[in-house]
Design a protein around this ligand. Structure first.
Ligand SMILES: CC(C)(COP(=O)(O)OP(=O)(O)OC[C@H]1O[C@@H](n2cnc3c(N)ncnc32)[C@H](O)[C@@H]1OP(=O)(O)O)[C@@H](O)C(=O)NCCC(=O)NCCS
Length: 212
């Protein structure tokens, strides 16, 4: 009760707007304000920007995630790599000093086990998607549920399936060019709050802001 009274007194600008669920590992990772991480998530070397949320059971490694992204349950981003060519075994005991199985025979790293992923702004990733290492997902992209993304995805594209194939763009080109230039995701919270209804129709949005 007393604690609640204390927090009520903390001015709005000093309050933290972050939520981290149960059984979450945040290793060398940072969260901006207005970020939510659901239960059972694992983040290693990850930066998450404002108004982005991760649902439950999301694993992300070595990735930068932009603003206003929605990442559904069970998604895996940048999960790591094993050799698929030349090496006799895929097991890291022969090429990695990380001791994944408590032991290694390698005296140094012989194979790059991780890559870096980039997730833009306003990206929606459906449930149980897998995004391979070293993939760039640009602004406005939608990734269908269960998709396996093996190639970079251009702005405002929708990709689905395994391997993920291009389905269509979310909007016609003039809207995409405008949105990429306008970058509403960089507006401050006051502007977003005041104008949220404009976001409900791309034509009206373009009519209002497209020529400024
Ligand atoms: C990607 C998505 C947004 C596409 O929605 P849409 O634009 O309404 O697409 P449609 O349902 O019209 O489907 C178009 C085609 O793509 C296929 N398709 C749609 N989603 C697919 C998916 N996730 N994987 C494979 N194929 C998919 C459809 O079968 C259809 O194929 P067809 O043209 O050969 O018949 C949606 O299907 C999806 O996957 N949403 C994610 C849902 C989710 O994960 N929710 C939980 C978190 S919020």
């Amino acid at each position: 009760m007393r604690l609640r009274r204390f927090f009520k007194k903390v001015p709005e600008q000093l309050q933290l707007h972050r939520r981290v669920g149960r059984n979450v590992v945040l290793s060398n990772s940072s969260l901006e304000d207005f970020v939510s991480i659901g239960d059972d998530c694992f983040l290693h070397n990850v930066k998450v920007d404002s108004f982005t949320y991760l649902s439950s059971r999301v694993t992300v490694m070595n990735t930068q995630i932009g603003k206003s992204c929605s990442i559904a349950q069970g998604t895996l981003i940048g999960g790591g790599m094993h050799p698929s060519k030349i090496f006799v075994s895929t097991n890291p005991v022969f090429y990695s000093t990380e001791k994944q199985c408590t032991e290694t025979f390698a005296d140094k790293m012989y194979f790059e086990e991780t890559g870096r992923c980039l997730i833009g702004n306003d990206v929606w990733i459906g449930a149980n998607a897998v995004i391979m290492d070293n993939i760039n997902i640009s602004d406005g992209v939608i990734i269908g549920a269960g998709s396996i993304v093996t190639k970079d995805v251009p702005s405002y594209a929708i990709v689905v399936g395994n391997p993920a194939r291009f389905l269509r763009y979310r909007f016609e080109k003039k809207y995409i060019d405008f949105l990429l230039d306008f970058q509403w995701w960089n507006k401050d919270i006051k502007w977003l709050k005041e104008n949220f209804k404009d976001f409900h129709d791309i034509e009206a949005f373009y009519a209002k802001y497209g020529h400024k």
